[in-house]
Design a protein around this ligand. Sequence first.
Ligand code: SF4
Length: 426
Amino acid sequence: MITTAQVQPTKAPDRSILRERGQREVFCGLTGIVWLHRKMQDAFFLVIGSRTCAHLLQSAAGVMIFAEPRFATAIIDDRDLAGLANADDEVERMVAEVVQRRPNLRLLFLVGSCPSEVIKLDLSRIAARLDSRMSPKVRVLNYSGSGIETTFTQGEDACLEALVGSLCAAPSDAHPNLLVVGALADVVEDQFRRYFNAMGIERVSFLPSRRLDDLPEVGPSTRYLLAQPFLAQTSAALERRGANRIDALFPLGAEGTTSWLMAAAQALHIPSHRARAVIEGPAARARAVVDRWRSDLEGKRVFFFPDSQLEVPLARFLTRELGVKPVEIGTPYLHRAHLAQELALIPDDSVISEGQDVERQLERCRRARPDITVCGLGLANPLEAEGLTTKWSIELLFTPIHGYEQAGDLAALFQRPLDRQSRLKV
Ligand code: SF4
């Protein structure tokens, strides 16, 4: 059923935003498990959910079904409704089984979902009880990936927020240190670490870390840099622990990466000439590689459906480094403060929309006839059938796209659907 949209043009500090509240077409937060379980090598994600949840994870993880994956779904069905009192015991029994089968496991997440039977369970209480019993050998945390509470990338936000709660407090006289927040491919994390170290920033940690033991302490000495724009709750949790956010563009494309690295250098009192000496060469190479795609993409019109919350930084990259024109930049949620620098670089004639009423948005997209439409899997096929060229937004989460070395790949991700379309026409 399509709900009635409330379209309310609201005035952000510097531009109007189209706010929509209607039916939406977006994955739930369970999807994040697909990239989080790869990143956190001694963690396990136990989803308490339904067959739909199990199916979503299996199809999203697709190619990665191997003997002992580090996620699973405990299926709660109608039968369990009658004996909810026993459901707690059942979850505890499954956790014990998972832990016993994986001696190297250090961190287990109980992940909530939307079926009403699951909502009735108090997963935070179960997790706390298990944590006090198993800690420190295995830590047990919980968060919700439910489609009622989270969209797509908000699952990572909820997971990292839970992790922040488990971090030890840094001593009040600790030296300033840098914390990079947001799951990055290992290769990208290693590149960034090399840049920071070369600038003279030695105390760098990443959240999530590959291993539980590498998690940093947190406190007023922590300066944190968001690598992803969808971490509002994690950011708020870090601020509550006394950490301070470093404001910058997000590290997508040459310009974004330079802004991000230089902001960290400045916050950690690294002389700017020293930081510039480290990044000048890689930044120039990234610009040159991105430029190779310019002739294919310049002047093309792009339309973003709201999905990953990466839409605004991506639109900024496409506009500024490739001459693409964003017709509409839809995002499920717009964090005005975290995106302030990005929004200032978006052309005035691009519509920015927050939330979704999918039917209205489809109409706008059909009228605009963009050259590239970035959207979720559910919309891509129907739009392709109507002759529009689409790019799956989920690919932008599964592919390493951050940093100088990946800037060319990021540009290529937008050129590829155009290339495919032109081949089909030939
Ligand atoms: S959490 Fe909810 S939206 Fe996500 S797969 Fe399970 S039932 Fe579906």
